[in-house]
Design a protein around this ligand. Sequence first.
Ligand code: PLP
Length: 460
Amino acid sequence: MDTDLPSLPNSLEARDRRSLVHGLTDLARHLEIGPKIIESGRGVWVSDGEGRTYLEGMSGLWCISLGYGQERLIAACEAQMRKLAYYHLTNHKGHPAPIELAEKLLEIAPVPMSHVWFANSGSESADCAARLCWYYWNAVGQPQKRKFLAHDRAYHGNTIAAASLTGTSYAHEGFNLPLDGFLHVATPHYLTGAQPDETEEQFVARLLAELEARILAEGPETIAAFFTEPVMAAGGVIVPPEGYFDGLQRLLNKHDILLVADEVVTAFGRTGEMFGTTRMGLEPDLIVLAKGLTSAYIPMSALMMNARIFDAISAYSGRLGIFGLTMTYSGHPVAAAVAREAIALYEELAIPERTKALEPVLLGGLRDRLGGHPNVGDIRGTGLLAGVQLVARRDPLTLFDASARFGPRVAALAEDNGLIVRAIGDTIAICPPLVIDEAEIAQLVDRLARAIEAAAAEPG
Ligand code: PLP
């Protein structure tokens, strides 16, 4: 047992402050307050070093979809480590695990896909998707198609190109990003984006008209691809309104712009379908996968591409003599074996169907308990991915001033109640492991509701 007390100089909290740089964290404040150390997990629950348990309402970072303690994933990892701990995919070498995984991914792909490329994180796969789009347009003799479009609240990762695709300012500020040619367009979020008296239909029509005007102003012949998440997760759990993606797809087809679906959060059952692409009716040329691919038991990401892309890039690499995109751990056998087993579990446990059945339990539970609360302006989501938008007033709808930090306050109070959620501004994001049951969803809703009620009762 760890007998260190947080205040002792050799406690984990103190050692963390002396040794680690944390992401998405105010580093100066971290030096003062230190971390909450999570030591173990089981199912949808995690425990800290002081014996307190928390319902992990965010699956960590939207990723541990099969929950903690999945023995089959652990066994798959161990067995593969014993058999072949490492091999690579360069210079015409192959090995069984990534072949089996790629075949399975192509079998379950939401739209016809041709081949799969592997990396280690969502950022790397999104980054390489951008590079692959450039390579593709060079391959087909249109090298001027170099620009990318993405939503201004999109999150596509944090390597240089992925962070440039990301719209949120924290990925750019101080880092000299975005790179030139990475352009952002309005996020299809009716609540925060609509003009007064605009219907949802009019809002969608306006956004699509603005997008087409932007494409024409930039020159369609200069635009390589549009990146989108089927549901924007880190941007505040934004489910685009009816008709938006249909219109987007039509514009991209019309102007010969590739579509990249970033399914890092939405794949493997999260939205109630195996892929968010199916749920939202997209027709991507490339699909980025990570997180749920291995249920976060080990890092791995993937990039699926259709035949249009693969046929062109393979012919081009034949002309160049090499396809230069390579990583030491691309197709790592241990990660691939874990991913293959994770997909077997998604199928055997009927996770997409289960998620679809639990969607009304989560969203209905939130709406029943919080729908009438004066500080709740919107409860949105799909599958087991939900956002509760906190507002200063419902009528007329008035957003909080960011300085009020109401969302972060609610998240902190939820943690006091034994529930981990994430405040994205004043949206509380909820993304529990997909193995959560109805009783645990009821606890999640109750703990969050009590946190919102407590925050609302605090002196303003
Ligand atoms: N794309 C989306 C939609 C994400 O949510 C994330 C991470 O949260 C990424 C890409 C980046 O993935 P990673 O953090 O594994 O690099």
